[in-house]
Design a protein around this ligand. Structure first.
Ligand code: PLP
Length: 285
């Protein structure tokens, strides 16, 4: 297994960054996760575009031209011989003596790893749906930036795991669902309207989310980008989460209570398949 660190392809075991890397000390960096399906990157352009946005919000430069970063990604996937899996790209501000201010001159640290995935969802998760638990959203004010500062989501996901749930839905102080700890949150109302929160600094605008919105539109599914509460989700026909690794995964329980009739629904199934078909129709990596 191979990793990429700052210009070099290394055996994964030996891949390391310096103890004074600002990613390590300050979580001063950003990342992307891109899924590989049958030898094709899912939404690579969208993920690269968002990486550029995250970098610019933190006033960081690309570690190399976007086209070069993409080339390295393809080469790393090739070296690992992975056709189904996920690519992790991380850019941190670089290595400098510990000081909060930006270092005067520093070059960014670029790290990439590839992981093989045998099944993106267990058959049982698709047949029965997954459970989520709700936790207060205690994250910072710029959740639109995909930073490696992930302590709140780590704690939320751990709490979900300890409750036997798959994901944690984060609850805004105003009582609405912001998103999952590592996914966007969706419902399908009793009127058949697909609802997911509008992009803002309170959520990460998922690349999968954007593709699902487009695919839903193409299929004539009515869409509303707005906030919803847990009560509305429980009264909905369907609920699901989306992310690079889950596509659209049905949610059938929230805090132990059933969503609608407690079964995965047709809109979730249709959108999941639509996403897989869309990726399969793309060019091989
Ligand atoms: N929201 C959060 C907080 C996330 O961490 C993620 C992905 O990890 C998402 C949403 C989904 O984004 P994407 O579809 O780009 O993977």
């Amino acid at each position: 297994r191979w990793a990429y660190v700052n210009g070099r392809y290394l055996p994964h075991r030996q891949a390391a960054v310096h103890v004074e890397d600002r990613g390590f000390q300050f979580a001063d960096g950003v990342y992307e996760v891109v899924t590989l399906l049958d030898g094709r990157f899912a939404d690579l352009d969208g993920h690269m575009e968002r990486l550029g946005r995250s970098l610019s919000e933190l006033r960081m430069d690309w570690p190399a031209a976007p086209r070069v970063v993409t080339m390295i990604a393809r080469e790393l996937v090739r070296r690992n011989g992975v056709r189904n899996g996920s690519l992790y790209i991380q850019v941190t501000r670089g290595v400098a003596p510990r000081d909060f201010k930006f270092p005067a001159s520093v070059s960014a640290t670029l790290v990439m790893t590839v992981k093989r995935v045998t099944a993106f969802a267990k058959p049982e998760q698709l047949e029965k749906g997954v459970a989520v638990v709700t936790v207060p959203d205690i994250r910072w004010g710029r959740c639109d930036i995909k930073t490696v500062g992930l302590l709140a989501p780590v704690l939320a996901k751990q709490q979900a795991a300890e409750s036997g749930a798959y994901e944690a839905w984060l609850i805004d102080p105003d009582g609405t669902v912001t998103e999952g700890s590592s996914s966007n949150a969706w419902i399908v109302t009793q009127d058949g309207v697909l609802v997911t929160r509008a992009p803002s600094q309170k959520i990460l605008n998922g690349i999968t989310r954007l593709s699902l919105l487009r695919l839903a539109g193409e299929r004539g599914i009515p869409v509303e980008e707005r906030s919803f509460t847990v009560e509305e989700a429980l009264a909905a026909r369907e609920a699901f989460v989306s992310s690079a690794g889950t596509f659209a995964l049905p949610v059938t329980r929230i805090d132990g209570k059933p969503v609608g009739e407690g079964k995965p629904g047709p809109v979730t199934r249709t959108l999941r398949q639509a996403y897989l078909d869309y990726v399969a129709a793309g060019v091989p990596s």
